[in-house]
Design a protein around this ligand. Sequence first.
Ligand SMILES: [Zn+2]
Length: 245
Amino acid sequence: MSRWYLLKICYSAYASTLIELPVFFLPGAFLRSCLLDSMLLATSGSIYAAKLALEKGWAINLSGGYHHASLNSGGGFCIYPDITLVVNYLKRCCNLRRILIVDLDAHQGNGYERDFLHDSSVYIIDFYNSYIYPGDHEAEQAIDCFEHVDRDTTDEQYIKILQRDLEKHIKDDMEFIIYNAGTDIMAGDPLGNCCISAAGIQRRDEVVFKWASHKKIPILMLLSGGYQKENTFAIGESILQLITT
Ligand SMILES: [Zn+2]
């Protein structure tokens, strides 16, 4: 077996572990054109949308939110660390000094949390189901505000806690909000194991956008996880509501 062939096998095998799909047998070039290139474009989209949010006040990337990826590693379908890259872009190219990440996907955002473990300029609110992947206890230390969500959490409880925490933690010196709006907290989602309704998702997004607007802080929304067809309709309806009200 040639060294070049071994390298190609390793490339696909490594990508396979990160995206958790059995694609290790595919040629690297095929994998790139079918999957990785689109993720890379979505990552660029997150950075471009951050720039738009600074200009217009808000922007939504209809993809991205790869919150399990860090600058050094990936996992859980996430390869490119778009959230870390957005933060670094805002700090280095736009001179922002105080950035808030509101991560409401059902899973812990351990990728960017690992990147900002010792960075007090990045404030992290993360609501997730702590009984499921990834259970990254080291990364947890980067979180400033954590709330556990699971099948017993009702829409009413969720929205009440969210409003309370946003009121408590969004400070006037914060200059940008990255909102990771995963819909895998929705009832029936096979990976999130939560029970929030489609109406609850809409209410959640409305609450976060209203807080950003109230505080006059630019907001970038990323769609992150969601693993059933119904989630698509829920987030579509929610975005329509956000942009028409
Ligand atoms: Zn998720």
